[in-house]
Design a protein around this ligand. Structure first.
Ligand SMILES: C[S@@+](CC[C@H](N)C(=O)[O-])C[C@H]1O[C@@H](n2cnc3c(N)ncnc32)[C@H](O)[C@@H]1O
Length: 253
């Protein structure tokens, strides 16, 4: 099942169609916990300052809605109309502008002090070219001194012995999650088997994992430099054991 909905051949495949979008918030309740959301929103609101923010892959508004409640003007780019329908049904959604399109290439009007891409969503761009294009697209939307923030996991290759390609990351009564690695191509397919109505539905989503240093190079190609890198929204240090990073690149003043 891909969840593919309204799109033509020039846009990336949409893995967040109606059935996925309808269950998104419920399936990720932990990510909607105030203990997870509030530090991210604090971090992003501080960087946005008096300017506007651009969220790439705004989804159902997990971060954009609370950020807008802080008084930040937020514009989102999103591929899935079904995710945006879920967002539009929520209180406060009127404050958000959303453009349907691929965030690697879609442009919107306005100059932004902040662009952000959270919850591993840079990995949804499955080629290096598309990830590079995303940085260039962001840079074209930021004003001088504007910041681009990415939250993404550090590739977990240390879990994968030579000769192995599968890593089970979850095993419960309701969900089995297995990552399938294609190391030569920095590819990763996440297979999810989820219990729905007495059976297991399978959903397999392709990603391109990307290294922190590679992201720094993409930023340089787009005219930005690394300003901060942390292992959490609370600004804990990033080190060799960090499982994820929050990186901030900025445009020249
Ligand atoms: C993991 S969800 C994150 C949603 C939201 N940012 C959050 O933190 O809950 C990824 C979102 O990015 C969207 N997305 C994936 N690839 C995209 C692309 N190339 N252009 C625009 N949106 C994309 C998906 O449709 C989905 O809504």
């Amino acid at each position: 099942m891909t969840g593919r909905d309204d799109q033509d051949d020039s846009t990336p495949e949409n893995y967040f169609g109606a059935s996925v979008a309808g269950r998104y918030d419920e399936a990720h309740t932990g990510m909607f916990d105030p203990g997870v959301v509030d530090p991210a929103v604090d971090f992003l609101a501080e960087l946005a300052g008096d300017g506007a923010a651009l969220e790439l892959g705004i989804g159902t508004g997990r971060i954009a809605l609370p950020l807008a409640r802080r008084g930040v003007r937020v514009h989102g780019i999103e591929l899935s109309t079904a995710m945006v329908e879920q967002l539009r049904a929520k209180p406060g959604a009127d404050a958000l502008e959303v453009t349907i399109g691929d965030f690697a290439t879609t442009t919107v009007d306005g100059v932004f002090s902040l662009a952000y891409l959270v919850f591993n969503t840079i990995n949804n761009l499955t080629t290096q070219d598309a990830q590079v294009a995303c940085f260039r697209n962001v840079a074209a939307h930021l004003g001088p001194g504007g910041c681009f923030v990415i939250e993404v996991g550090v590739p977990a290759l240390r879990r994968l012995p030579y000769g192995e390609t599968f890593h089970a990351f979850n095993l419960s009564e309701m969900h089995v999650g297995i990552d399938e690695y294609d190391v030569a191509n920095q590819g990763l397919v996440s297979h999810h088997y989820t219990a729905v109505g007495g059976t297991f539905e399978r959903r397999s989503i392709p990603f391109r994992y990307v290294w922190p240093s590679e992201l720094d190079l993409m930023a340089r190609l787009a005219g930005m430099t690394l300003r901060e890198r942390w292992s959490s929204w609370q600004r804990e240090p990033f080190d060799s054991e960090s499982r994820k990073h929050i990186s901030v690149w900025e445009t020249l003043l």
